[in-house]
Design a protein around this ligand. Structure first.
Ligand SMILES: [Fe+2]
Ligand SMILES: [Fe+2]
Length: 324
């Protein structure tokens, strides 16, 4: 998922209103907006913020799982996890490239992440304590990502929508590898099953928070829906996720840590308990268990990569001189 749209509402100047009408008509007709097309400044800003938050989340999201590559229980698990973490790095790069088509540079975006101005998904500030956490992250975090990102393949902004198509295919592999880890643990020893249950207990609520604040509190959702950046509200996506995931937990023989969870046969939905939004706000504001560690790791990685950037620039300069 990794994205919650944060729009600003902007009033158009009188001479812009005709352009705005034409823009909205194109959106209504399901046309794609491309980088060189006219777009309202607020549409551009919303997308830069949303796509860059998404990119940052993919990059920071490599950390909790990268942490387990050397400890994966078999060569097969190690190869799959390594491939998954590399995919997430790739997702970050496609998304930075999509954001760059809106007139922002990669350097600015990376700087915003490193100096703490930019946000990334709060889910990556939780620690991965056991191997079952890697299964749970794949199953639930990537599962939530798919729920959120499939509609983004139809986002009105062309470069973002196209990037999402490949990303979603890869997320679906991530979700399956996570579920398979969980299925293996749940069919294993009592101790392994307990480990799977413990991971589900810790991740369930933070994953529900990934969809963002409830609709009643997210006043900017309307503009994003009108512009077809978003196709479903946070609450709609959260409900779809719960409806899809409860039967999977039942299949695994795990208990979702929510005493209020019940099936409403008339509505055809799983009704779930209250989400603790104070925890969400606290983690987003920097109070999660791993916020500091994650940012320190990113800053260190950026510093460690300085020689690579310098070498690439020197190589490009030499090639230019040769060509001249
Ligand atoms: Fe991803
Ligand atoms: Fe993923």
């Amino acid at each position: 998922m990794y994205t919650q749209a944060l729009n600003t509402t902007e009033v158009a100047a009188p001479d812009e209103s005709e352009a705005l009408d034409r823009f909205q008509a194109r959106i209504d007709a399901e046309a794609r907006i491309e980088p060189n097309d006219w777009m309202p400044p607020a549409y551009r800003r919303t997308l830069i913020r949303q796509i860059s938050q998404h990119a940052h989340s993919e990059i920071v999201g490599m950390l909790p799982e990268g942490n387990w590559i050397t400890r994966a229980p078999s060569l097969r698990r190690k190869a799959a996890l390594l491939a998954k973490v590399q995919d997430e790095g790739g997702h970050g790069l496609y998304l930075y490239a999509a954001a760059e088509t809106l007139g922002v540079t990669r350097e600015e975006l990376v700087e915003q992440l490193l100096d703490g101005r930019a946000k990334y998904s709060s889910i990556f500030n939780y620690p991965t304590l056991s191997w079952a956490d890697i299964g749970t992250v794949g199953w639930l975090v990537d599962g939530a990502a798919i729920m959120n990102q499939i509609p983004l393949c139809r986002c009105s902004y062309g470069p973002y929508a196209r990037a999402m198509i490949r990303i979603c295919k890869e997320e679906s592999f991530h979700q399956r590898q996570g579920f398979e880890i969980m299925a293996t643990l749940c069919q294993g020893s009592a101790e392994q099953k307990a480990m799977a249950q413990d991971a589900l207990d810790r991740w369930w609520w933070p994953v529900l928070m990934m969809f963002g604040p409830p609709d009643a509190d997210s006043q900017h959702s309307d503009t994003s829906m009108r512009w077809k950046i978003k196709r479903f509200t946070n609450d709609e996506l959260r409900q779809k996720f719960v409806d899809a995931t409860v039967p999977q937990a039942q299949y695994l023989g795990l208990t979702i840590p929510d005493p209020d969870l019940r099936f409403d046969a008339a509505e055809g939905h799983w009704v779930f308990g209250k989400i603790d939004w104070t925890e969400f706000r606290r983690v987003l504001a920097g109070g999660g268990k791993c916020n500091r560690e994650r940012m320190a790791a990113r800053r260190q990685a950026h510093e460690d990569g300085a020689w690579v950037r310098a070498a690439a620039l020197a190589h490009a300069a030499k090639q230019r001189a040769k060509a001249a």
